[in-house]
Design a protein. Structure first.
Length: 267
């Protein structure tokens, strides 16, 4: 199989950044209440409408929250991630919950190590903003999805206001240098329609965050936490990031607008 690194040598640098960021973030990700929010996980699993006999794949599965949620409702749930430290956390989660119908694999989202039409549901949550080649990743998800299966993409959204979108991505690249770009709703929907899928169903929610906890769990560029703090503080006036930033006492609270998109592969 040809990986993204083979196609684009500069991708090796980004892959290294992802490995560095998510190796360091693995434990905090696994402990994040927002990541394990049962309501949000149920919303995603319900969107996929799984059946007890089905097999699911979660791409860029991180510490395994989505895989664990699917495992309660399907025959087998598999997760794939490029960072072994994340998979260690995912296996810990599965073991702590006594899940025996799960499997975790290390692999490349641009060259999934599975045969065509292997899965009834193929999902990806909060990872597309890390992909340099989202169309290629989406094509791989579609390749391994069976006809009649469902593709589920969940990610944070950039504002349709170009200035707010630029500001959000500037802040997020500072906060997490492995971020490529948060895209707009129209862009993500376009991945489905360009691939020949029906216009996806949409489910919206928000992921809350508090400034100091967000910074504490981050490994910002140049380790410059004060600059990151200022960027968040300055976002309150005029909601510059499109994240509903607001002052609350001596902190700032904000939230990531997020969407779950689901479509069925018809052919």
């Amino acid at each position: 199989m040809t990986s993204s690194v083979d196609r684009n040598p500069s991708a090796a640098t980004h892959a290294s950044t992802i490995h560095d960021q998510f190796t360091r973030q693995a434990e905090s990700f696994a402990a994040s209440p927002a990541l394990h929010n049962e309501q949000a996980l149920t919303l995603l699993v319900d969107a996929a409408a799984p059946s007890p006999h089905e097999t699911t794949l979660d791409v860029a599965c991180g510490p395994g929250s989505v895989v664990a949620a699917f495992a309660l409702r399907v025959n087998r749930a598999i997760g794939l991630d490029a960072t072994e430290a994340m998979l260690v956390e995912a296996r810990k989660l599965a073991a702590s919950r006594g899940l025996t119908n799960v499997e975790f694999r290390c692999g490349d989202v641009y060259a999934l190590p599975f045969a065509a039409e292997s899965f009834d549901v193929v999902s990806c949550r909060f990872a597309f903003h890390h992909f340099e080649e989202p169309q290629a990743a989406f094509a791989e998800m579609l390749r391994v999805c069976r006809v009649g299966g469902r593709i589920v993409v969940c990610d944070g959204l950039a504002s349709d206001d170009p200035e707010k979108a630029v500001a959000l991505n500037r802040m997020e690249r500072r906060r997490d240098p492995s971020t490529v770009e948060f895209r707009t709703l129209g862009y993500l929907v376009g991945l489905f329609t360009a691939a020949g899928l029906p216009t996806p169903a949409e489910r919206f929610y928000r992921v809350p965050a508090e400034r100091d906890r967000l910074i504490a769990g981050s490994f910002p560029a140049d380790d410059d936490r004060e600059l990151l703090r200022r960027m968040i503080d300055e976002s309150v006036d005029g909601d510059r990031l499109g994240m509903q930033s607001r002052r609350e006492g001596d902190t700032v609270r904000l939230s990531y607008p997020s969407v779950i998109l689901t479509a069925t592969r018809r052919r």
